[in-house]
Design a protein around this ligand. Sequence first.
Ligand code: GLV
Ligand code: MN
Ligand code: MN
Length: 418
Amino acid sequence: MKVSIDGQRLLRRIDELATIGAIVGASGERGSARLALTDEDRLGRDLVVRWMNDLGLEVTIDGIGNVIAVMPHASGHAPVMAGSHIDTVATGGRFDGNLGVLAGLEVIESVMAAGIDLERPLAVGFFTDEEGARFAPDMLGSLVYVGGMPLEQALDIAAVDGARLGDELIAIGYQGGGPCPGLVPHAFVELHIEQGPVLEAEGVRIGAVTGVQGISWTRVNLVGQSNHAGTTPMSMRRDSAAAMFDIGVRLAEIVAEVGPPQVGTIGRIEVTPNLVNVVPSRVSFTIDVRHTDEMVLRSVEDRVHAIVREIADRHGLMVSTETLARFEPVAFDDRVVSIVEATARAHGLSVQRMPSGAGHDAQMLARVCPTAMIFTPSVNGISHNPAEFTSDDDLIAGTQVLADVMLELTEWNPKERS
Ligand code: GLV
Ligand code: MN
Ligand code: MN
């Protein structure tokens, strides 16, 4: 069973969604800023929901604002689901997340237009706050969808700007009555841009994603004393920012010692009082560390916590830490990964198995159903930046692979083949 997707329709939808919250990069690139549960997110949601309704899909909005659209089908069987997210970081590109949602919609529209009779329905969803840039943790909507966090706990999460998640959800009109946890799919497949340099460097068109590395996010709060920058001798300061810089240097050393694929990032920094001539009394900053091996990740976390305490002590500071996100590495279903590989090859596309460096909704869905991901190349490996770019040919090829994988999965019986 095969279907040809309409590549131009897919590209038009990607362009139209990107006009909402449009931003311009340093060299004029067109990006998107639709932080979760803002007015821009609402407008993006409204557009995609309109497209879902225009196709006559059965659209459900659940208690955390995840939107799931299922093709009408007489069987009542669990659907093969595609999906991703349409929220972005504040410096987002046009493809991160949006591709997986709009490609899923494209597959469904193509199948319905061709009148193909399926054994089970197809579905496409977008999950709330995948980015975690406004409300931590990341992949929050899909975490709640699979029952990994109680809804009430998620609704109480505070944004970086202080707003309560549940209030923001109501304010944009996206707290629905659908159940959390939600409908368990027969299988889940997420098409996503790679967001890294590997496929382009290897000259490979499709990544068959084997899993997602473990993610650990910590907020560190250091409290010292603000004082006059001219009169306070260096030996008598309790300078929170000086301690943060020392921690940054030690973090980079630890990451270098462990070596690839270990990564470490200090991404968000708030300094108080943030003035040129005042020793900073308080600093609050985030540390993001990731590794494919849970044991290695744990030992890096332990070492980072130890240096935070040691350096805070040396600078005479009070210290507290909070875990913002912690997800173990996830392995996708090898049988579905093999279907992705075989489908890409059948289209004459070069394909390579690879882990994902970024977090994805698929890693949550993998808790409840057979799951895999398809990657398409990212030019220069750039993402979370308006310069994020994937060629039209690669977007269309990835979507065609998604279509064929989804159709094959409608006839796939995991029990027979395991
Ligand atoms: C989330 O998408 C992340 O990888 O940070
Ligand atoms: Mn994404
Ligand atoms: Mn992202």
